[in-house]
Design a protein around this ligand. Structure first.
Ligand code: ARG
Length: 459
């Protein structure tokens, strides 16, 4: 078994503890970032003449060889190396000999891991941004073809007021755009370089932190070496942004699950994204949105785990931080796959039942507010109008009628200001058309928003 520690230690680790302590099984995911980080560090040591140019070259070539071997599947980081950093250092020494032992000059695994995760997360965030953009584009595409499709709008899961389906879908585009903004803000803090903080205090070796930071594409460097190695805020911020994103994906999932029930029948699942039952031959199950809804809990769990992990941890690096990786990796993988699955579902997994949607808004009381607003238009105070319409709704319910089934004379019994034109205001299309306030569901407003999004998403 490899003995990595200094001569201070007489004995090797207990094998169980060796395994318990190790992170190689999961931090090997960071191999490319760790190599990139080491190459930048070696270049910098060459530039500051801590390493000779031939040593620098040997180290860089050695690291490049490891990269090629890894990409060709000839080198797999594995135990007994404790972690990816030792693993690469050991491999480098085996490839180039003693010069390899100079790579770790002026750095620590503490600033190294802090740099690696940031490099990895920055790439993940960029990928996630483009996945969310694709999802927004898919939603916009259906929204554009459903400007005039009506859908009942709900509050408290009770029919409230009819909406343009496009308006409903645009609400999700807005949510996802806030998610993108949040990830962008997190990215700006991820993009700060801790390398050169060494173990916690900085180093007396001549290093150039700005050089490594710029080699690695970081915007700025940490101002305080202690903060640099102990900051895990960015991990929590990322998982927190992911948790909110999952809440949005879960919300749209839940709506789709409801829409495709026999009870709602607002949409149906195509065979591409639906699954059958092993027992009931008639079933077509919405497994995809159900899985997304289910996976939301897992991301919330990771957020809780990370928040608890950092709680009460004193400065500076503590081994607790090794526990940041698995929640972080799993969060990125989970959200990426959920966004992709939702995009496929929107693109080819769901078909709206336009007929049922428009029928549904014809046969309810979701135009009751418009009846009250009609009276408001005749200068009746809103609260009075509201009470009058409440009475009319009760009258209709007792007789199993809808508002549109009443005669003008019946309306007049409740308020003398009702005239024949009241029926125009009750038609669902007119109800939607009339909600012209900024951000409202009126077709003209929604069309404006569709055009704005079209420009923003460069469709
Ligand atoms: N595997 C460690 C981690 O993930 C790397 C840093 C170890 N540093 C140390 N001082 N033991 O956090």
């Amino acid at each position: 078994m490899a003995k990595v520690w200094s001569k201070r230690f007489d004995n090797t680790l207990n094998p169980f503890i060796q395994k318990f302590n190790a992170s190689i099984s999961f931090d090997r995911k960071l191999i490319l970032e760790d190599l990139e980080c080491s190459i930048a560090h070696a270049k910098m040591l060459g530039k500051t003449h801590v390493l000779s140019s031939s040593e620098t070259l040997q180290i860089i070539n050695g690291l490049e060889t490891i990269k090629v071997e890894f990409l060709e599947g000839k080198f797999l980081p594995s135990p007994p190396s404790e972690d990816i950093h030792y693993c690469i250092e050991e491999k480098l020494i085996s490839l180039i000999g003693d010069t390899g032992k100079k790579l770790h000059t002026g750095r620590s695994r503490n600033d190294q891991i802090a740099t690696d995760i940031r490099l990895w997360l920055r790439k993940e965030i960029d990928n996630i941004d483009s996945l969310i953009t694709d999802l927004q584009k898919s939603l916009l595409k259906i929204a554009k073809s459903n400007l005039y499709t009506l859908i009942p709008g709900y509050t408290h899961m009770q029919r409230a007021q009819p909406l343009s389906l496009a308006h409903h879908l645009l609400a999700y585009i807005e949510m996802f755009s806030r998610d993108r903004e949040r990830f962008k803000e997190v990215r700006s803090r991820v993009n700060t370089c801790p390398l050169g903080a060494a173990a916690l205090a900085g180093t007396k070796i001549k290093i150039d932190r700005k050089f490594t930071a710029s080699e690695l594409g970081f915007e700025k460097i940490y101002k305080n070496s202690i903060d640099a190695v102990s900051d895990r805020d960015f991990c929590i911020e990322f998982v927190s942004a992911s948790a909110l994103l999952m809440s949005h994906l879960s919300k749209i999932s839940e709506e789709i699950i409801l829409w495709v029930t026999d009870e709602f029948s607002f949409a149906k699942l195509t065979d591409k994204c639906a699954t059958g039952s092993s027992l009931m031959p008639q079933k077509k199950n919405p497994d995809v949105p159900e899985l997304i809804r289910g996976k939301t809990g897992r991301v919330y769990g990771h957020l809780q785990a990370l928040l608890t992990m950092v709680k009460g941890v004193p400065l500076a690096y503590n081994k607790d931080f090794q526990e940041d990786k698995e929640p972080l990796f799993d969060t990125a993988e989970t959200i990426s796959s959920c966004i992709t699955a939702m995009t496929i579902l929107i693109n080819e997994g769901i078909e709206f039942n336009i007929r049922n949607l428009s029928d549904s808004v014809e046969n309810d009381f979701s135009n009751a507010t418009d009846l009250a607003d009609y009276l408001v238009g005749k200068n009746v105070p809103f609260r009075t109008a509201y009470q009058v319409v409440g009475e009319i709704v009760k009258y209709c319910l007792d007789r199993k009628l809808l508002l549109k089934n009443l005669k003008t004379e019946e309306f007049k019994k409740f308020h003398s200001d009702f005239e024949d034109d009241v029926f125009t205001d009750l038609e669902p299309l007119n109800v939607v058309k009339s909600r012209t306030s900024e951000g409202g569901t009126a077709f003209a407003q929604v069309e404006k928003e569709l055009n704005n999004w079209q420009k923003k998403l460069l469709l």
